[in-house]
Design a protein around this ligand. Structure first.
Ligand code: NAD
Length: 480
């Protein structure tokens, strides 16, 4: 399949955004695909849910083999169209990097578990046979972020369909075109593999109001929310079963037993992946004082640009802005225009011009610096010098803010590694590797873009979107 040109990508985004204003479903008219509509996109959340219910009934009627055939086709289309979605995502959101977004889509295609993740259990004994099966919930309402928009739609679709559910999405308002492109991709895969034309659904113009309709609609049996603390709080107070995949602020500890050259490279590779958008990406470093200079040099050899404290203060005024809430209380929030931007773009804002080889901004700060405390989601990495492992762990645990999301460590001291892992209690703990090893990219294990720390499902997969059902046959059906 031919990739879209820059001009065609721009045309799709502007067409989708234009259609949003008129309220009509986004038409697609490209020379590469022929004129067609995105399938499964509705102007009203109630209509989207009704269509998702029909999709659910169709999935329920399918054999596992049929579901798997649709998933195989989703994987194939995702690989084929990964560069399109990557370009569309960067064009629409202004965030991230095309090469890394392409890699993220390929990761989803390759390492998201399908129906093999659903396993039944049987218990036999003097009283007969009990069968425990993992059943679908029904229609799942999924709220998705702007940071990994189409990746999350496709990853969640694979898992939710594998589990036998219908799905309705309320994507992030800043990433509608690319999210709905992914919804359409899933529906095209369904049709091509003999499933219904519309299997998963979404909104022409998702809003907080449409999310509220989703949360209270009786047909939606499970809410899966991938985003910041606000939205996780909202779904957890909905009164429905909810899976919350919330914010992180992953700390990294580097002690003096680590391979410092490798640690410097790994940290910069992880921190700059998709310009720091993944919630698992390295956000602040606690480095032993006696290796900090060596670590900073290793980072500089790998595309990091060191700024001084005055420049860091200047940059902080740009990337964090004051916001007054409805109670008149003022607090600092991240400047959305800086999230996921290239390091060179951020440096230019403080008058520093660098080549495109520079992919990360590093600076030495103290523990209380905003760069340490705030989840910036930008390729800006503060480094705090620490005296020993006790201080490193104490600070890193505080900087993680109890999110229980992700933490990293570079060390060969198994006591240090074990102590930090125990103390920080995160869902993901990566040792001696870039952060993305924690989601199966260069590390063992399946992938997900919905990491559910707050509600405990962890690295979600098809089985996370199921409910247990038990069937008991008393006194019979044993074969021994
Ligand atoms: P965001 O919180 O701005 O938005 C996430 C989604 O929630 C969007 O669809 C948004 O429209 C919706 N939303 C926001 N407030 C809502 C409310 N009160 N009710 C209903 N819907 C609401 O997130 P973002 O900026 O797109 O993503 C970044 C954040 O998400 C970061 O904090 C990041 O760590 C987190 N994140 C977590 C995971 C994970 O797997 N744990 C994955 C990706 C992103």
């Amino acid at each position: 399949m031919a990739n879209l040109t820059e001009a065609e990508i721009k045309a799709v985004v502007s067409q989708v955004l234009n259609n949003l204003q008129t309220g009509s479903a986004p038409d697609w008219d490209s020379t590469h695909y022929g004129p067609r509509k995105f399938a499964g996109i509705y102007a009203d959340m109630n209509d989207a849910i009704a269509a998702a219910e029909i999709g659910y009934r169709a999935v329920r009627a399918m054999s596992v083999e049929q579901r798997e055939a649709i998933i195989t086709e989703i994987r194939r289309l995702t690989r084929a169209e990964a560069p399109i979605m990557a370009k569309l995502g960067v064009e629409e959101t202004g965030m991230g990097r095309v090469d890394h977004k392409t890699a993220k889509h390929n990761l989803v295609a390759d390492k998201t578990p399908g129906t093999e993740d659903i396993v039944s259990n049987a218990k036999t004994g003097d009283s007969g046979l009990t069968l425990i099966e993992m059943a679908p919930f029904g229609v799942v309402g999924s709220i998705t972020p702007s940071t990994n928009p189409s990746e999350t739609v496709i990853c969640n679709s694979i898992g939710m369909i594998a589990a036998g559910n219908g799905v309705v999405f309320n994507p992030h308002p800043n990433a509608i075109a690319v999210s709905n492109y992914a919804v359409d991709l899933v529906n095209r895969a369904s049709k091509a593999a003999g499933g219904p034309d519309v299997l998963v659904c979404s909104m022409v113009k998702p809003t907080l109001e449409s999310a509220a309709v989703m949360q209270s609609h009786p047909a939606v049996r499970l809410l899966v929310c991938t985003g910041g603390p606000g939205v996780v709080r909202a779904v957890l107070s909905s009164g429905k079963k909810a899976i919350g995949a919330g914010a992180g602020n992953p700390p990294v500890i580097v002690d003096d037993t680590a391979d410092i050259a490798k640690a410097g490279k790994d940290i910069i590779d992880g921190c700059t992946f998709d310009n720091n958008l993944p919630c698992i990406a390295e956000k602040e470093v606690f480095a032993f004082r006696n290796i900090a200079d060596e670590l900073i040099s290793a980072m500089q050899r790998n595309g990091a640009y060191l700024i001084d404290s005055a420049q860091a203060a200047e940059l902080a005024k740009i990337v964090l802005v004051e916001k007054t809430d409805k109670n008149g209380k003022t607090r600092k929030i991240i400047n959305r225009d800086c999230v996921g931007r290239d390091a060179s773009v951020l440096l230019a804002k403080i008058g520093v011009q660098v080549s495109s080889d520079i992919r990360c901004i590093i600076c030495e700060t103290d523990f209380n610096h905003e760069f340490v405390q705030e989840e910036l989601m930008m390729p800006i990495l503060p480094i705090v010098r620490v005296d020993n492992i006790d201080q490193a762990i104490e600070m890193a645990v505080k900087a993680e803010h109890g999110n229980r999301h992700t933490a990293h460590m570079h060390s060969k001291n198994i006591d240090h590694l074990s102590r930090f892992a125990k103390a920080v209690e995160t869902t993901i703990f990566v040792k001696n590797a870039p952060s993305y090893a924690g989601i199966g990219f260069g590390g063992e294990g399946h992938t997900t873009f919905t990491i559910a720390g707050p509600t405990g499902e962890g690295i979600t997969s098809a089985r996370s979107f199921t409910r247990q059902r038990r069937c008991v046959m008393a006194d019979s059906f044993r074969i021994i």
